[in-house]
Design a protein around this ligand. Structure first.
Ligand code: G6P
Length: 601
């Protein structure tokens, strides 16, 4: 999983262009990075590779010479540890080719053994390296078959890619023909056409400083790119095909942290504005979703991570408010649950990035069953956006911190509005959101932040934090635990309060922190009983509620907003995650081992 950026053209600063492109794509992986540049001197042409472990941050590459042809990669390790050697690009034995890869080559082991027998030398632990050696091997034979070296190169890549099992995208640089070949199934790749220059990237936004004329590669296509031309071929037959480039007029997004030390905090503070936007401008999209659900025979919500918890909240909201049974699955499990889908089913995929492979795969499986696909996605033009029958935009604005916050709130806000719309009471939905807007503003007041900061300082001394809630608060317990784990690396678990006594209560000891969500709804009494059971076993009770209670050792308050109380409650959970990260000296914008967009299975 990674970000890919490539450049070939008239500019001499190809390596810098690639480095800046990779910085835009760093959200896709940031454990290491690398760039390959073709150095052209009159007497020789050679590929120079520079790799580094860690985030790109403010990296400079003044030590690389001028050049017109370069590509690079930000890595999120799959096969092989986080080392310079394992970082991409990888070279073949002759250093004629450099290759970068997004995805997993599932049958790499068998190919590697075969190539080793033929004398190929492997230096990394990655699955990726087999690709470049296999291409080298194919090329040795095909260069004698085809007169033209470009064709031999293209066919070598095509033949190699057809052998790979799993979902991948690879880009290969050939130093002999000054050409890139890109091929993909699964992972996204966008080609950019410029004036005397061509580019490619994992995400169209990274291309905008150079061109708005783009082509989103389809699966099982191969693209050959040089300075002048871009040609597209079918992977199966190798025949060329004609494709249309689109001109994108999406807003380019150079978002800054402003007065905030981290994007995560900035994005938490963006939430009142996100809510306001949705209250005032979501009407049309809410109506569209309402109609889709009303006319479907069975609706399924799908998402991963934070989006999955928004989906789970959706099942409660639709049941409670709209009296509808709507099912939910995490993206990676959906494929095992599709047998009941028909052409009358509706699948609504929720995703901030629109690139999460488990969600994309789920949607593709539903499409095979001819089900309708709706999506609520934050990134316009993302893969999910493009493959949905009815893509709707969350409009939360660019979310940069890996730990998702405002996209979650936007998803909840939409689900609340759609649930009330299905209940033929849209005005009530707006009213609830407006109250939650005010409640979130109050949660963000300094007096409240002070209490959360103080609590975070105490909680960092603990090994475990348990969080309980019922009904609509149950997804909030899971989301709060996720925020704490992702941002601060502390162990936190969310439970349905009723399940506590069926196992988890065995974990409660003297002073174990136990957070309980207690909104003003039908769950209050039963969840409070759960908190009492924890207290009776020595638990330290942190109540997140609309009113204080004598059993609370600590109290974090939010104003009652009916069903929309989950919004300010979740914001308190986000702030706790953020301040725990700060108290532990962790950068919550880029926590270890995570990526903003997970594009491998
Ligand atoms: C990654 C991120 C999570 C995010 C999940 C789903 O795991 O680290 O924060 O919730 O992907 O992302 P999506 O873009 O589909 O909402």
């Amino acid at each position: 999983m990674c970000g890919i950026f490539g450049y070939i053209g008239h500019r001499k600063s190809a390596a810098e262009i690639v480095l800046e492109g990779l910085k835009v794509l760093e959200y896709r992986g940031y454990d290491s990075w690398g760039i390959a540049l073709l150095e052209s001197k009159t007497d020789e042409t050679k590929i120079i590779v520079k790799k580094k472990v860690g985030k790109i941050g403010d990296a400079k590459i003044s030590d690389l010479p001028a050049g017109h042809f370069a590509f690079g990669h930000t890595r999120w390790a799959t096969h092989g540890g986080v080392t310079e050697i394992n970082a991409h690009p990888h070279l073949d034995c002759t250093s004629q080719f450099a290759l970068i890869h997004n995805g997993i080559i599932e049958n790499y082991d068998e190919i590697k053994k075969e190539l080793e027998k033929k004398g190929h030398r492997f230096i990394s632990e990655t699955d990726t390296e087999v690709a470049v050696h296999l291409i080298e091997d194919n090329y040795k034979q095909l260069v004698t078959v085809y007169q033209d070296r470009q064709t031999a190169f293209r066919e070598s890549v095509r033949k190699a890619f057809k052998r790979f099992a799993g979902l991948s995208a690879i880009i290969v640089m050939d130093s002999k023909t000054n050409t890139f070949v890109a091929v993909k199934n699964g992972s996204p790749l966008v080609i950019g056409k410029g004036e005397g220059e061509n580019l490619l990237a994992s995400d169209a936004h990274a291309l905008f400083p150079y061109t708005r004329q783009v082509y989103f590669m389809e699966d099982d296509e191969l693209v050959m790119i040089d300075k002048e031309a871009i040609s597209v071929y079918r992977l199966d037959t190798g025949r060329s095909k004609t494709v249309q480039f689109a001109v994108l007029n999406w807003k380019s997004s150079n978002v800054q942290k402003g007065r905030f030390p981290h994007f995560m905090l900035k994005e938490i503070f963006d939430q009142p504005q996100v809510l306001q936007e949705i209250i005032h401008h979501a009407g049309g999209q809410v109506e569209t979703l309402h109609k889709l659900i009303k006319h479907s025979y069975g609706t399924y919500l799908v998402g991963c991570g934070t989006a999955a918890y928004a989906c789970l909240a959706g099942t409660y909201l639709f049941s409670k408010i709209a009296k509808r049974h709507i099912k939910f699955s995490v993206g990676s499990e959906f494929g095992y649950l599709v047998d009941f889908l028909t052409d009358k089913s509706l699948v609504i995929a929720l995703s901030q990035s629109g690139e999460t492979i488990d969600v994309i795969e789920a949607v593709k499986k539903a499409k095979e069953k001819k089900s309708k696909i709706g999506s609520l996605v934050n990134v316009e033009g993302s893969t999910l956006y493009r493959i949905s029958d009815t893509p709707l935009l969350l409009g939360a604005g660019v979310e940069k911190a890996v730990v998702s916050t405002k996209a979650f709130t936007a998803k909840l806000a939409y689900l609340i509005l759609v649930a009330y719309s299905l209940a033929e009471n849209p005005a009530e939905g707006k009213k609830a959101l407006l109250t939650s807007y005010k409640a979130v503003n109050k949660v963000l007041e300094e007096t409240n932040l002070k209490i959360i900061r103080k609590l975070a300082k105490e909680l960092i001394k603990k090994d475990h934090i348990y969080i309980i809630g019922r009904g609509l608060s149950f997804p909030v317990t899971l989301e709060t635990a996720l925020k704490i784990k992702e941002a601060s690396y502390l162990h936190a678990e969310g439970f349905a309060a009723g399940e506590l006594k069926h196992g988890a209560i065995a974990l409660v000891e003297k002073n174990t922190p136990c957070i309980v969500f207690l909104p003003n709804d039908e769950t209050y009494g039963a969840s409070l009983a759960g908190a009492m059971e924890m207290k009776a076993r020595g638990g330290k009770i942190i109540g997140i509620s609309y009113k204080p209670h004598e059993i609370f050792d600590e109290f974090l308050s939010f104003d009652d907003c009916g069903a929309a109380s989950i919004i300010p409650a979740a914001v308190i959970g986000q702030l706790l995650g953020y301040y725990l990260a700060i108290a532990r000296g962790i950068d919550p914008d880029k926590p270890r081992n995570l990526a903003k967009s997970v594009t491998v299975k």
